[in-house]
Design a protein around this ligand. Structure first.
Ligand code: 13P
Length: 287
């Protein structure tokens, strides 16, 4: 059964480790992440972007697929199904479809509007037992070929949002989605420290988990990060393993084209990436 991410992240913050959010795109990715979480006895969060939700034909399909897998694969570790960077409408659709956790990304709104919309969603999710992530200070990333530096959130604004009764907070600390450029200045631990001091026990979320050096990941966890999002790294390992398989001509062997065989190396590569992250984040054995 799917669970809210609230309890697993409170435990992670108190225990000084982080739970990974791994984004899913299809059946293979979902299976790879769930099997790895079970093998590692780690709690896990499956992230679904609005685009991935659409690709998988809609949120109800995603809920049906994940619930089916939890049962058929005998998954016993805590699993949350979480909307990643949701719009206000997307959040409502996911609540209706049966997600156990949502992120409302109001970081592009003026702070008063972000506060107002987040507050409305707090009231809705509380009564349903669904966890809510909010965001302050947008996470940078590549857009139209231009790589933006991640914004640093204003700690006072973070406190305003945290005080609304959300369950965990994503705050920009110079992090970005996708690959980090060579001239990246690194995470702003000064900002993270100031946010953590003002928001107390609130589990903090680090987006853009791909490509952040290990020592920075560990320091971020020390300073209150309890959830780390990883997407691009799984995409890269999946693509590299699939490319190798095709380049070696292995897809042409045997009795013609078999999609299950073609997707296996990539799926195995995702499992290896997820395991490596769970070890780095310290969530192994914490289920
Ligand atoms: P990366 O794609 O950089 O791993 O970031 C994932 C993320 O933050 C999803 O919200």
């Amino acid at each position: 059964m799917l669970v809210s991410a609230k309890e697993m992240l409170q435990k992670a913050k108190a225990g000084h480790y982080a739970v990974g959010q791994f984004n899913i795109n299809n059946l293979e990715w979902t299976k790879a992440i769930l099997l790895t979480a079970e093998e590692c006895k780690s709690p896990v969060i499956l992230g679904v972007s609005e685009g991935a939700g659409k690709y998988m034909t809609g949120y109800k399909t995603v809920v049906g697929m994940v619930n089916g897998m939890l049962e058929e694969l005998n998954i016993t570790v805590p699993v949350a199904l979480h909307l990643d960077h949701g719009s206000y409408e997307g959040c409502q659709k996911c609540i209706e479809a049966g997600f156990s956790s949502i992120m409302f990304d109001g970081s592009h709104y003026p702070i008063d509007e972000n506060v107002a919309k987040t507050k409305e969603l707090v009231a809705i999710v509380k009564e349903k037992g669904i966890s809510l992530e909010a965001e302050v200070g947008s996470i940078g990333g590549e857009e139209d070929g231009v790589i933006g530096r991640g914004e640093c959130a204003d700690p006072e604004e973070c406190k305003r949002i945290a005080d609304l009764g959300i369950d965990f907070l994503a705050a920009g600390i110079g992090n970005i989605h996708g690959k980090y450029p060579d001239n990246w200045e690194g995470l702003s631990f000064e900002t993270l420290d100031a946010i953590q001091k003002l928001t107390g026990d609130m589990p903090l979320v680090l987006h853009g988990g791909t490509g952040i050096p290990e020592d920075m990941i560990k320091k971020a966890i020390d300073l209150g990060v309890a959830k780390i999002n990883v997407n691009t790294e799984c995409q890269l390992s999946f693509a590299a393993a699939t490319r190798k398989y095709i380049e070696e001509g292995k897809d042409q062997q045997g009795k013609g084209f078999d999609p299950r065989k073609l997707l296996k190396p990539g799926t195995d590569a995702i499992m290896a990436t997820v395991k490596e992250k769970m070890e780095l984040f310290g969530s192994v054995g914490k289920a």
